[in-house]
Design a binder for this molecule. Sequence first.
Ligand code: NM2
Length: 500
Amino acid sequence: MTRPTVDWPLFAASATLILGVCGAMALVPEQASVLVAAVYDWISGQLGLLYQWMTLGATVVLLIVAFGKYGQRRLGGEDAKADYSNFSWMAMLFCAGIGAGLMYWSVIEWAYYLDSPPLGLEGGSPEAQEWAATYGIFHWGLSAWCIYCLPTVAIAYPYYQRKIPYLRLSTSLVGLCGDDVVNRPLGRVVDFVFVIALVGGTGTSLGLATPMIAACVSALFGTPESFFLEVVVLFVVVCLFAASVYLGLDRGIKRLSNINAGVAGLFVLFVLLAGPTYFVLKLGTNSLGLMLQEFVRLNTWTDPILETGFVEDWSIFYWAWWLAYGPYIGVFVTRISRGRTLRQLIVGMVGFGTLGCAIFFICIGNTAMWMDLQNIVPVREFVAAGSADTAIALIIQALPLHPLPLIAFIVVTFIFIATTYDSGSYAISAAATRRLVVGVNPHRWHRVFWAFSLAVLPVTLMLVDDGLDAVKSAVLVVSLPLLAIGVAMVVSLFKTLREP
Ligand code: NM2
């Protein structure tokens, strides 16, 4: 067997691009933040519609595959048995696909929507309140999980059907370009895009989560928040997942995911019971109804007349963010999905993913909103002043049994980070290795290198003036090429599906 070697051109191109962009941003942070905002406005304003079409398209394609004549095709052949129990499978795919971002946005997303609401509603009105509690569930819901699921199906099906020895994004194109596409220039460009998209996606997650954890740590010890503390937190986080990716994925990831799902579930249950339970469930039920009722409208709402910017600021950002993670999730979920039919894969992934996120948003977000409405924590004031991290720490602090919830929150966030980014750095090192057949691992130093590289972008993004703008632009830029790859992927998928 040929030995795997580092794919030096791909490695050098990715590393140079990341260091170059981050270095330039760090050198001239003020100019960088102006530029970053302009880039965001341009892409979301001129190309935003493409992201909305992509999301709709992914949903339709998955419906056709799941409920049409291909739904019963089984990954790994007719007699293949599932490698993992349903619980472990769900826990793993959820924990891989969801990182610290959920811990951030489920607490605070409504606060951004209440005063600047969607659908042309009046800020602060009762309708705006109902929709503020709903829109987060939509942005982390069915459509979003379809963006994850499409590349998964497109990679998993040819991978098992044609027994491709390489598991990476370019595997999704074998139907169109032939089994050896991975070794050809096109395949390598596609895998380069994969690396950059994942670095951008994780940069966004870590860029948001790190200040949040730092704020919680400050609240716990009563120390002031500082950039230095943030860097320390990021360093600890990265060491954690670098260690885990160094030790090897297979041993730890299943156990860690099961623990993660269990601990996160307990935390959510605690918040539900400790907070205004009845209000939370009432508002949550209302949101689910609203979202289902208006599902098509939300997916196609482009805000063409009022042009309030809500769609560009939020929905497009979210679709781009999910898209940036999509290929990585595709590769990861393919590894764990042998023995499942396409229908089981699609319904399970989209269904449980949506449900898991909705539970977080309902239990934690609605409790936080109640705290604001009852004047327990002035969440919106903090958010408007650009201190969302502090607001999150205050919300968790206001729960009964302080400081236990705060400690639990920090721990859960850490585990979410570890389970997402260790497989993330693994996937990047795998993509940057040549002749890496399944079952063989990339070099250890290479895996650890990428774990640390994932921290370069978040540090830079935290340096740039308006953090949120910067992270949003990062995902928008890196996800752009994936729109085109997505189309090719679908064509390729149907070609392989039509083969007997
Ligand atoms: N998504 C799910 O930090 C995270 O939760 C990673 C974010 C794409 C919005 C994933």
